[in-house]
Design a protein around this ligand. Structure first.
Ligand SMILES: [Zn+2]
Ligand SMILES: [Zn+2]
Length: 245
């Protein structure tokens, strides 16, 4: 409740002071010019990924790691997606930003992160020859209580940036899955199995789909959604996540 009030206060402040940074609340002038609703420092922090990443699972890797066969995180894993791209690691200001998108009226920030993603990773994503962009769906109850699906907001901006169709309801979630951060990889995989369905009548045959989620932890959720798309005939599934944990 207290958190909801804090959020409400902040969102009202946002309306009154539209030049407030959506991540750190700094007023314009406090820390340089604002760009896209973010202060210079926050924009730089979320737009620039300081680390090299694994092209298969988007995990941070060492500067001289050979990722031809994946990294320590994904080697030996049988993920159903073919590649993964991230805006950055789940830490610092990007983590704060992702957490802020999960509350009612966080949509403006989700849009903004999506635009930043398109702007700064667009070349990388365009090289994947994406046919359609779709979000990992939320269970209807979760979406209803949150007011929107933050991954869909990011997906919409990525589709616009790549100039390809956006399919907000390509997949739907048939049950809620609890997110236990501590649970094992196997437990997560079993928990998510069968949670997604392809929209009736949707055709994905021979397409390359960009599947968008906010955070990737073990990759189980994205992998299960990708498995459904592949089973329906999709050629390739590339995952885009705001942040990789
Ligand atoms: Zn800021
Ligand atoms: Zn990897």
């Amino acid at each position: 409740m207290l958190r909801a009030v804090t959020e409400l206060t902040r969102n009202i402040a946002q309306l009154i002071y539209p030049n407030t940074c959506l991540i750190c609340d700094a007023r314009e002038g406090d820390s340089g010019m604002h760009r896209h609703g973010l202060c210079t420092e926050c924009h730089h922090a979320v737009a620039v990924d300081p680390f090299p990443t694994c092209p298969w699972c988007a995990q941070t890797v060492g500067p001289h790691t050979n990722t031809a066969n994946g990294c320590v995180e994904c080697r030996g894993e049988s993920h159903s997606f073919d590649a993964a791209v991230r805006l950055g690691p789940y830490a610092g200001k990007l983590r704060t930003a992702v957490l802020r998108t999960k509350v009612l009226a966080g949509e403006g920030l989700a849009d903004l992160l999506g635009r930043t993603f398109a702007e700064h990773r667009g070349t990388n994503l365009a090289a994947q020859s994406i046919d359609v962009v779709a979000p990992v769906p939320l269970y209807w109850w979760r979406k209803w209580t949150r007011g929107y699906n933050q991954s869909a907001a990011v997906a919409r901006e990525l589709a616009a940036g790549l100039n390809v169709p956006f399919e907000p309801h390509l997949l739907y979630r048939i049950r809620h899955t609890t997110q236990h951060v501590q649970s094992s990889r196997t437990a997560r995989q079993e928990n998510i199995r069968g949670a997604f369905r392809l929209r009736l009548g949707a055709r994905v045959t021979a397409q390359t789909i960009l599947l968008v989620d906010d955070v990737m932890t073990t990759g189980s959720t994205a992998s299960e959604a990708a498995r459904v798309l592949r089973a329906a005939g999709a050629d390739r599934v590339v995952v885009a996540v705001l942040a990789r944990a």
